[in-house]
Design a protein around this ligand. Structure first.
Ligand code: ADP
Ligand code: ASP
Ligand code: MG
Length: 452
């Protein structure tokens, strides 16, 4: 049994879904469980529609609704004639009730965001199932909300593993033995059967949960690039493909911004030691990137450079002369209370600097910190994170980094305790040159066994 996850761009149109059908058909003997994202940018569009409705722009919202409806009807017809008309219309009728309700209420709660954003995957999974049948495969649709149990933290719910794994063993694995199973990524439901989501990009996470729970031999993440690349291709086109990478490295890269993998994806796979492959649905014959348990021997110090934009750096100085004991504890308690993760920390005798990427509750955090410290914020910062198992055994790596970044103002630097990563914080305006220079320095020569 294998899990095959297809992201938004891999199912963005009828033509893309047909490519997916061919890829899956070529692997039916491996008993695929197929996890699909919403088609193209549907999730963004659903969220924009929800914003319009709750802000009182009802007509805009209904226009956005109509556009999504026409798109889904047209692609579904191109794949399956009028077979899906009724099912698609039913989804959109429910959605229009929700949109009108939001317009009346004028507020958008995390729970209603999940209700609305779930429609992308609910539609795509039904459409893909029909397309697979048209392509001659035996295909079964299973509602992900009846399988993936989550806590109630809407918009970023965490799976309840025991209940979920039991359903995967009892329902999904036996179904996959008989036919290709198709399930929505991203969505689940709470103990009260309320629809929830695993957070943006969460379909990768669904794939990994399903693989671990159903006992898959491999988890394939099919996307729109050739695999994990040595740099974010939107910042540096023409980076190298990484042939193989360890779970630890992949987790670090995902956490520090390599969008190709959702940061939680690795955990369930690691626990069950299931290899994860990143593959390109536009070039199915390409070998992709293999993520494996053991470290991959490599002559380069670094495997890839990840980056996170829109970071805020918070500088906190003790209002007493010297750093009082308990100062750090008080600081972190504040971030903890406001459920705001801290990425990078640097301390000096009298001050602490740290970075956060979720600034939703920054104002409240600053007010609390202001009661016992002097606080400043610099927004529009970026983290550049170098990841590689070899960082820990490569002397002089920091010197090479500083040399490459000569002339660029480095705001913070940190080497994680795992010594798997080395991160620097720079102004967002310096991000592109920083990545270009680091990439040129660190990948001037590449180990052909690891990179292409
Ligand atoms: P999907 O819809 O298939 O889940 P995503 O857009 O979430 O796809 O992730 C794929 C994208 O991740 C790529 O198109 C690429 O722009 C981006 N990306 C960022 N960093 C990397 C990296 N190091 N390697 C590969 N892709 C990356
Ligand atoms: N459709 C969801 C999103 O856009 C989940 C995913 O694609 O992984 O965030
Ligand atoms: Mg994604």
């Amino acid at each position: 049994m294998i899990v095959m996850k297809f992201g938004g761009s891999s199912v963005e149109s009828a033509a893309a879904v047909q490519r997916v059908a061919a890829i899956v058909a070529a692997r039916v003997e491996r008993h695929p469980i197929v996890i699909v994202s919403a088609m193209g940018k549907t999730t963004n569009k659903l969220l924009a529609m929800a914003q319009s409705a709750s802000a009182g722009r009802r007509d805009d919202a209904l226009r956005q609704w109509e556009e999504l409806r026409e798109f889904h009807l047209a692609e579904a017809r191109a794949l399956a004639g009028d077979e899906l008309d009724a099912a698609v219309e039913e989804h959109f009728n429910e959605l229009s009730e929700l949109v009108k309700g939001l317009a009346v209420l004028g507020e958008l709660t995390p729970r209603s965001i999940d209700a609305i954003s779930s429609y992308g995957e609910r539609l795509s999974s039904v459409i893909v199932t029909a397309a697979f049948r048209r392509a001659g495969m035996a295909a079964t649709h299973i509602d992900a909300r009846q399988v993936i149990r989550t806590d109630r933290r809407h918009t970023q719910a965490a799976p309840v593993y025991e209940a979920t794994y039991q359903r995967l063993r009892d329902i999904v694995a036996p179904a996959a033995a008989k036919a290709v199973v198709v399930m929505a990524g991203f969505i689940g439901s709470t103990d009260q059967d309320v629809t929830s989501t695993l957070g943006r990009g969460g379909s990768d996470f669904t794939a990994s949960i399903v693989g671990a729970g159903a006992g898959a031999e491999e988890i394939q993440i099919w996307t729109d690039v050739d695999g994990m690349l040595t740099a974010d291709p939107t910042i540096l086109p023409g980076a190298h493909r990484v042939r193989a990478i360890s779970f630890a490295e992949a987790a670090e890269l995902a956490y520090f911004g390599a969008k190709v993998l959702h940061p939680s994806t690795v955990l369930p796979a690691v626990e069950k030691n299931i290899p994860v492959l990143i593959l390109n649905s536009r070039r199915p014959e390409a070998p992709g990137t293999r993520i494996v348990a053991e470290a991959v021997p490599c002559r380069n110090a670094v495997k890839s450079i990840a980056c996170k934009r829109r970071i805020a750096a918070v500088n906190i100085a003790s209002t007493r002369m010297l750093m009082a004991h308990g100062f750090l504890k008080r600081i972190f308690e504040v971030f903890d209370r406001f459920e705001t993760p801290v990425d990078i920390v640097a301390t000096s005798e009298v001050s602490v600097s740290l970075t956060i990427d979720n600034t939703a509750r920054l104002e409240a955090i600053l007010a609390e910190l202001g009661q016992f410290a002097e606080v400043g914020v610099e927004e529009s910062q970026a983290i550049v994170c170098l990841v590689g198992e070899n960082i820990r055994h490569t002397p002089g790596i920091a010197a090479r980094v500083f040399h490459a970044l000569d002339g660029i103002n480095i705001r913070m630097i940190s080497q994680g305790a795992s010594r798997l990563n080395l991160s620097v914080v720079v102004a967002e305006a310096d991000l592109k040159p920083a990545v270009e220079r680091l990439h040129a320095e660190l990948f001037r020569e590449i180990d052909p066994a690891v990179f292409e």
